[in-house]
Design a binder for this molecule. Structure first.
Ligand code: NAD
Length: 280
């Protein structure tokens, strides 16, 4: 089914994980792709960074769907670089219809042990640079006058107080508010803005390799096995279906729906892809 023929989609954090799945899925539905990733190391993270080779592989996979892709290694925190890519991409493909702001980093710590540097880095990547991407794309989409769909990736941590993740949780709550505000501002331009809230997804951020086998990057996971900790915090990580992990493709299914005209009356909404983790 090619629900996105003739459309152009910008995807951030596209080198691997969910960003790659979104790029490949939207391409399979007919969209040409503008993609970027920083492919860089972050001081706040304890998992492997993505690489240029990862981003090149995403480009190869998009082309294998028969679609075009313009990709760059840039950091969303650099507004000028993001603006330049939007200009280059819209010049090359002629339009911009879909934006998936997916990039983020994750930092584990007790709230009182987060360093100022780690706090600033996570907020700057996960919240401020999400706003920078939205700031770069909105004027172009308004000017284009053909509406569009923006999807911002938050997390279950965007609506729940997940322990050991203070700056991540704060930033993910922040992007929910940011997206809903933008949904109200862009509604009259027929540009929809929605949020996806994934539960645990098998990606390198969660400590998984590409076979989905490597395990868990959360250094506090062992803590949760202690009976006294499990008794109070365990329920926060449970879900109605009793599943632990989603796949990137599960999230891409929802993103593709929200990008399509089937979702033409859906804006300002939060879409959990979490096996029911937010149902309780
Ligand atoms: N994996 C999970 O369990 C999970 C759960 C809920 C939500 N999420 C969210 O899903 C989204 C995708 O994460 P993922 O699981 O695919 O992780 P990932 O680490 O595999 O991929 C994230 C990508 O974003 C890129 N990135 C980070 N900061 C960037 C920046 N400033 N500029 C450009 N690129 C940048 C990284 O280099 C990386 O390639 C994130 O928003 C994440 O917070 C993940």
């Amino acid at each position: 089914m090619e629900r996105l023929s003739g459309r152009v989609a910008l995807i951030t954090g596209a080198a691997r994980g969910q960003g790659r799945a979104h790029a490949v899925r939207l391409a399979s539905e007919g969209a040409d792709i503008i993609a970027f990733d920083s492919c860089a190391t972050f001081a706040s993270t304890n998992y492997d960074p993505s690489t240029l080779a990862d981003l090149e592989e995403t480009a190869r996979l998009v082309k294998a769907q028969g679609r075009r892709i313009l990709w760059r290694q840039i950091d969303a925190r650099n507004f000028a670089d993001v603006e330049n890519l939007v200009s280059a991409g819209t010049e090359e493909f002629g339009r911009l219809d879909i934006v998936v702001v997916n990039h983020a980093i994750c930092h584990y710590s007790n709230t009182w042990e987060v360093t100022e540097e780690n706090w600033d880095e996570v907020i700057s990547v996960n919240l401020t640079s999400v706003w920078k991407v939205l700031k770069a794309v909105a004027p172009y989409m308004i000017e284009q006058r053909t509406g569009g769909s923006i999807i911002v990736t938050s997390s279950v941590a965007g609506v729940k107080g997940q322990p050991f993740l203070a700056p991540y949780v704060a930033s993910k709550h922040g992007v929910v508010g940011l997206a809903k505000t933008l949904a109200n501002e862009l509604g009259r331009h027929r540009i929809r803005v929605n949020v996806v809230l994934p539960g645990g997804v098998q990606t390198p951020m969660a400590g998984y390799d590409w076979n989905g086998e490597k395990g868990e990057s959360n250094p506090f996971a062992g803590e949760l096995n202690k009976p006294e900790v499990a008794a109070t915090l365990g329920p926060i990580f449970m879900n109605a279906l009793g599943e632990k992990w989603m796949t990137p493709e599960d999230v891409a299914n929802t993103v593709a729906f929200l990008a399509s005209d089937e979702a033409h009356f859906i804006t300002g909404a939060e879409f959990p892809v979490d096996a029911g983790a937010t149902a309780r």
